[in-house]
Design a protein around this ligand. Structure first.
Ligand SMILES: Nc1ncnc2c1ncn2[C@@H]1O[C@H](COP(=O)(O)OP(=O)(O)O)[C@@H](O)[C@H]1O
Ligand SMILES: [Mg+2]
Length: 707
């Protein structure tokens, strides 16, 4: 069990420093000195995770016959428990790509080749094996910091812990990440001003380290933080590492204090390894290669200065300015040598250096390690019911605090209902009331439900949080869907009661409590189906705008085939009548609604003295709907559709999870196979040939490939 309640924020157990871990790990030994308690060493052993990557290549295939862009060029490396590794490099050098490749979260348009081994096993490091703090913070803005951590603790901590222990863990994590000052503040969203960016980042990390994962990836956790908070964050990560975890973090321009905290350094430039080894030895390597670090310069700045080809653009600009040229030309060796050349020299030197030899030997050793506990043990620990309960409560709190989720909609429904009520006020049974009743029913089931599209932004936010938490293996798809439905239930009831009561009473539809109940149930079912439909759309589309467009399109088609705009028997038989009108909630809702309202009514004839028209005739002859089944069957069909839409939502999420990676790996295999036949691919390009000079402006918009 890797959960610890009491935690040390210091350097951890002295016997667990990096070298001890490194020496003992290989022999499957306990990682500590003889004085350790059995329990402690057992937990260390279970937590030990050795990560090795061999010849890791990531390519961006061109669609046509153009050149394939290489994002990572056959990288080799390893990460060990008890140590913290920094991945450094200029922006666009492939840091995020490397982390994504290791975590199995590359975006779909790139292909990966090579092996990632966890404890000697080739394994996809996703769904709960590792924790990944991405560059983008995906948080539920309506919760406070403490609430976010508490809900997650209830989701993830094992049920064996007592209430006190859980509370201690939560408070410990808050203290560890220095969040005590903002613990009770809301995180903030579009209409709430919340905590600062640095605090959000620390919260994201706190959420991941809550259960002390064995492997922790972080993408630029300190970007946007001042150097004191950056130090604080990395120091906390270092304590985690000292506790026996494997921590890999990309980092952008660390201060010298922060840099000194890292044990290992992976220096990347243009997707190639410039240096991989102990962080302390990097200075020596640069000096040996002919680029010593000036005494007063921060080593990490020096490394980046040497390999960031964007500095060539800077140099060129500086050279253009005569004033600066005269002053600096002799003093700065970089003025005379392009960074592309420096980088090429370093890559070449590294390949034959003792660091590379040492790393290769260690990798070979580590890839033969067989640790017993390689199963995903950072997946959720809480039981199914507990998860459902926690998720439902969290989702309910979110929905009740987010103005845009339901409140706004309830208000709009209220206003529109009053409008409908006044427009169709006391509709009566005159001849013209036949059409008025038809139109009013059609409007309410067709258009009023359409307004569900208003909560799309909140759906999309929910999906983002789900995706992040699911990738980290917190809970299952089924629990999420059920919790979402349960938490939205009271709001949907409120929406349908408000709309139903106002319109039913104002329009004066056919009287009787059972008719009123049917009317509200019909509305509730329709709105719930639309919600499910919108959730399916939200799961399929990449962003909010797409969601709105696709969602509106789908609802438009549903309205057209519901039997109001085009009568059901007139719908073209193939496709529109069968199956579309059958899987459309609208056609059932309108049929049920008309039967509920019209069946025992009698309407005046066209002119005075004409025979009365019965409701039955109106339904069968005018609206041309069959009376072969009762309105309760129509209602049942809507609820059956609700269940099947939710099931479809479940399947869509499952398929996205299971089938997409499969298709992706097929695509990767095919692309690699195709690329291998190209002459240019077989020969690995030397870094000298790879002298692409990018302008600074070209860097704009680089971001993590994670959507
Ligand atoms: N999915 C992708 N599609 C296209 N280009 C990508 C993709 N992922 C990464 N890249 C490119 O790979 C390079 C490295 O990106 P990245 O790993 O995000 O850099 P870093 O994190 O070091 O700033 C960039 O040039 C980026 O444009
Ligand atoms: Mg990045």
């Amino acid at each position: 069990m890797e959960i610890e309640v009491g935690r040390s924020t210091g350097g951890g157990d002295g016997s667990h420093n990096g070298s001890t871990m490194a020496e003992h790990g290989g022999s499957n030994d306990e990682g500590g000195g003889g004085g350790e308690s059995m329990g402690r060493s057992q937990s260390m052993k279970e937590r030990a995770s050795y990560l090795v990557w061999q010849d890791l290549r990531v390519m961006l295939p061109s669609s046509g016959d153009g050149p394939t862009k290489r994002l990572l060029h056959g990288l080799n490396g390893f990460a060990e428990p008890g140590r913290i590794m920094a991945i450094m490099g200029p922006s666009g050098s492939g840091k995020s790509t490397l982390l994504d490749a290791l975590a199995g979260r590359l975006s779909k348009n790139v292909v990966m080749a090579g092996d990632v081994l966890l404890n000697g096993e080739k394994k996809k490091l996703t769904y709960g094996v590792v924790a990944y703090v991405t560059q983008e913070d995906v948080l539920m803005g309506t919760l406070s910091v403490r609430e976010s951590i508490t809900y997650l603790a209830h989701l993830r901590l094992p049920p064996t812990l007592t209430k006190e222990e859980v509370k201690d863990t939560i408070e410990g994590t808050i203290l560890e990440m220095g969040l005590e000052d903002c613990a009770d503040r809301l995180i903030g969203n579009w209409h709430l001003r919340g905590i600062s960016g640095g605090e959000k980042k620390r919260l994201s990390i706190a959420l991941e380290i809550l259960v002390r994962p064995r492997v922790l990836f972080l993408d630029e956790p300190t970007s946007g933080l001042d150097s004191a908070s950056a130090f604080f964050v990395v120091h906390a990560l270092k304590s985690m590492a000292r506790d026996g975890r494997t921590v890999i973090s990309s980092i952008h321009q660390p201060s010298s204090e922060v840099f000194a905290l890292f044990d290992d350094l992976y220096l990347l430039s243009g997707g190639e390894t410039v240096y991989f080894g102990e962080a302390k030895e990097a200075i020596e390597f640069f000096a040996e290669s002919g680029f010593p670090c000036p005494i007063k310069r921060n080593p990490s700045d020096h490394f980046l200065r040497c390999i960031n080809s964007d500095f060539d653009v800077v140099t060129a600009t500086l050279k253009g300015s005569l004033r600066i040229q005269e002053k600096r030309e002799e003093s700065d060796p970089f003025m005379n040598m392009g960074t592309t050349q420096i980088k090429a020299t370093l890559v070449e030197k590294y390949r034959w250096s003792k660091h590379a030899v040492k790393a290769r030997a260690r990798m070979k050793h580590l890839s033969t390690i067989r640790e017993p506990a390689t199963k995903a043990n950072t997946t959720s620990h809480a039981g199914w019911w507990k998860q459902l309960d926690t998720l439902t409560r969290r989702s309910f709190v979110n929905m009740s605090r987010d103005m845009g989720y339901y409140w706004l909609r309830i208000i709009i429904y209220l206003v529109v209902s009053i409008c409908v009520g006044t427009i169709f006020f006391d509709v009566g049974t005159s001849y013209t009331a036949i059409l008025a009743r038809g139109a009013c029913g059609g409007f309410i089931t067709g258009f009023m439900t359409f307004m569900s599209i208003g909560s799309f932004p909140s759906f999309i936010e929910d999906m983002k949080i789900f995706t992040r938490e699911r990738l980290n293996g917190y809970y299952g798809v089924g629990v999420f869907i059920l919790a979402n439905f349960l938490s939205s239930f009271p709001f949907l009831v409120a929406v349908s009661l408000v709309t139903g009561t106002i319109t039913w009473n104002m329009v004066k539809f056919n009287h009787g409590f059972s008719r009123y109940a049917f009317y509200c149930l019909n509305l509730f079912g329709s709105i719930a189906v639309i919600e499910s439909c919108m959730m399916i759309v939200a799961a399929l589309v990449p962003n909010f705008l797409f969601g709105l467009v696709v969602g509106a399109g789908v609802l438009g088609v549903m309205m057209m085939t519901s039997g109001f705009f085009r009568q059901l028997p007139d719908l073209p038989k193939p496709f529109w009548r069968y199956p579309v009108s059958y899987i459309n909630y609208g056609s059932w809702a309108i049929q049920g609604g008309y039967k509920n309202d019209l069946l025992n009514l009698e309407f005046d004839g066209l002119s005075p003295g004409d025979p009365k028209t019965t409701g039955r005739e109106v339904i069968t002859k005018l609206f041309r709907m069959p009376l072969t089944h009762s309105k309760w069957w129509d209602l049942f069909a809507i609820y059956a559709l609700l269940v099947s839409y939710r099931l479809t939502f479940f399947l869509v999420l499952k398929l996205k999870e299971k089938v997409l990676p499969f298709l992706q790996s097929m695509y990767a295999k095919r692309t690699v196979h195709r690329l291998k036949r190209r002459a240019s691919f077989v020969k690995f390009p030397s870094s000298r040939r790879y002298q692409n000079l990018r302008t600074l402006s070209a860097q704009e918009g680089f971001s993590s490939p994670i959507p």
